[in-house]
Ligand binder design. Structure first.
Ligand code: F6R
Length: 607
């Protein structure tokens, strides 16, 4: 969703601001803007549309060495030039960019309006610009004015504030929405996401919630809302700069699908123990005795993270025989959940920023529960809120639709389930079987990716329907759900996922030649049942694309994609890979904006 960038140093700020904003485009946005402190005051330029539109609108004489920029994803007010950030106070001295939501904006707006402030936008953020201005009388330091303004605010924010009278600094603050400082040589950068910074510096400082920083060209000072100085040590971003490019692929999504063998290798790296047929997970912060006391596992995530959690729950139940269940974090947080001492809660998030998942973690912790994070983004809000966890090391995922992070999440759960299983009753022989199965996965994925051309042809043929049904049984059901999710989010083709066993209890009525079915047909103990379901669909003239370990009888299907067989517990992960390519090529055939599907954002940082 929204993105923030800022620069202070010897160079012209605008070039960095525009490039930084372009790096944040993947997050989803509808308008963009920049402000710089120039010799004769603030210069602001903002437009509805893309960063390219903003770059075209910035005048040649838009110069300044201190500046802030923003990409906005509309919450309060429609996408428009006026509602785009930065927002300024009446005298156009203070400029603010803001990610998050100010919950008491309406009340503050009324108070400010009563004092004669005339608003120029419908946004909650504009309130903040006027409040900072109201607190910055003669001789008041910008950081003190910002602290005072934030004291009046209820809500979440990551902000960067510029004052034309104090161009030697930018003040930033964080509460529930990330702010990262990037340390350069006599210059400093700020962003809401390291993706905007990595080309300039790998040395970063992540602000904590409730913290502010004064950023100057030669350094920074971090402090709390009550003005206590806090010391923050820089850390090094370890993701490669090249991971932020498309590397010759037509889209990030295709690149990320192809990166999966390497991503899986990284998720597994150093974590498999062949001698004891188990997994080592250094970040759990739970010893074997504590793990044995766990009676249940509850997994929480949103969207694809929730579906990966469903696969994870099955792995944990199968390998460790501990009851496990996945639930959308967005529902869990609102239903006053019962938190049990002997339940292990696991929060799943690629970005580590999803607000609903973060709120679920906070609710569990408030009630004394223990939460592990399965997170891709190191140092993200969710990772830091959890008591321990597993980093995916999948590398940055830029395309809005999750692919490699999904796969790496399932791998992380397989490792957790193996570790749990070997503490409980999983035999060494079964442990070895899973270890060997995991090690073979990257090559199995490579084999599936070789079928890309065939999948592309099938996708183009099937994309032409108003909808598609996805079915799978037990282990195959989360695969069906994720397959349907991927197809609908990037191709806008309606897709429904059902347990194959449930078809005859209702949705069979939908089956017709116009509603093809993608059927997951692994060669497992339920193969016969799945073949019976295929027969029932065929009897209603339904078209079937099977994803299987061997091609079913010709009369039962129209097309089949054969995937290599792994261990039964790990098969779902492989069955999912062709569905990613199917969604990608369906979207391509329909001419969709594959990496930035309409209405969606990469990190959903609002409720
Ligand atoms: C689907 C997708 C979303 C995310 C969801 C959670 O392809 O990308 O459903 O999985 O918004 O995001 P994270 O994992 O960042 O918490």
């Amino acid at each position: 969703m929204c993105g923030i960038v800022a620069y202070i140093g010897p160079k012209d700020a605008t070039a960095f601001l525009l490039e930084g904003l372009q790096r944040l485009e993947y997050r989803g946005y509808d308008s963009a803007g920049v402000a710089v402190a120039a010799k004769n005051g603030l210069k602001v330029c903002k437009v509805k549309g893309r960063v390219a539109d903003l770059a075209a609108a910035v005048p040649a004489r838009f110069k300044g060495t201190t500046g802030i920029g923003h990409t906005r994803w509309a919450t309060h007010g429609v996408p428009s030039d006026a509602n785009a950030h930065p927002h300024t106070d009446v005298s156009e001295r203070i400029a603010v960019v803001h990610n998050g939501i100010i919950e008491n904006a309406d009340q503050l707006r009324a108070l400010l309006a009563a004092d004669g402030v005339v608003f120029t936008s419908e946004t909650d953020t504009e309130v903040l610009a006027h409040l900072v201005a109201a607190h910055s009388g003669e001789g008041v330091e910008l950081e003190d004015a910002v602290r005072a303004a934030l004291g009046q605010i209820v809500g979440t924010y990551g902000i960067a504030v510029l004052d034309a009278r104090q161009p030697d600094r930018i003040v930033v603050a964080r509460n529930g929405s990330p702010i990262v400082l990037g340390l350069g040589e006599k210059e400093m950068f700020v962003a809401s996401d390291v993706a905007a910074l990595v080309r300039y510096t790998r040395q970063v400082v992540h602000l904590e919630d409730g913290e502010l920083a004064t950023v100057r060209a030669d350094g920074f000072r971090t402090f709390t809302e009550d003005a206590r100085t806090v010391t923050r040590q820089p850390s090094t971003v370890d993701w490669e700069v090249a991971s932020y490019d498309t590397a010759g692929y037509q889209h990030y999504l295709l690149k990320e699908i192809h990166e999966q063998p390497a991503a899986v290798e990284r998720t597994l790296s150093g974590r498999l123990d062949e001698r004891f047929a188990t997994a080592h997970l250094g970040g759990l912060n739970l010893d074997a005795r504590e793990l044995r006391e766990i009676r249940r596992v509850k997994i929480l995530g949103c969207g694809s993270a929730y579906y990966a959690g469903e696969m994870g729950a099955q792995l944990i139940e199968e390998l460790a025989r501990i009851p496990a269940h996945s639930e959308p974090a967005s529902e869990f947080r609102y239903r006053n959940p019962v938190i049990e001492a002997d339940t292990l809660y696991v929060a799943v998030s690629q970005s580590g920023e999803t607000y609903d998942t973060l709120a679920a973690v906070q609710e569990i912790k408030r009630k004394g529960g223990r939460v592990l994070g399965v997170v891709n983004t190191v140092g993200s809000a969710i990772a830091r809120e959890c008591d321990g966890g597993i980093y995916l090391h999948a590398g940055p995922e830029i395309s809005v639709a999750s692919t490699k992070a999904f796969t790496s999440t399932v791998i992380a759960f397989a490792l957790l389930a193996l570790h749990f299983g070997r503490i409980h009753d999983l035999s060494p022989a079964d442990g070895r079987r899973i270890v060997a199965g995991l090690k073979a996965l990257p090559d199995h994925i490579r084999e599936i990716l070789k079928q890309e051309e065939q999948i592309a042809e099938l996708a183009a043929a099937y994309a032409d329907n108003a909808g598609m049904m996805f079915i799978g049984r037990t282990r195959g059901y989360p695969v069906a759900r994720e397959g349907a999710q991927k197809l609908k989010e990037i191709s806008y083709v309606h897709a429904e996922a059902y347990p194959a066993s449930e078809l005859k209890h209702g949705p069979l009525a939908l089956i017709s030649p116009e509603l093809p079915t993608v059927a997951l047909v692994p060669d497992d103990e339920l193969l016969d049942k799945n073949l019976t379901t295929l027969g029932e669909i065929k009897a209603r003239s339904g078209r079937i694309l099977a994803i299987a370990h061997r091609t079913p009888e010709a009369k039962l299907i129209d097309h089949c994609l054969v995937v290599p067989k792994s261990e039964p517990e790990l098969d779902p992960l492989l069955l999912n890979i062709p569905l990613q390519l199917l969604a990608y090529y369906a979207a391509l055939a329909l001419g969709r904006d594959v990496d930035k599907p309409r209405n969606l954002a990469k990190s959903v940082t609002v409720e």
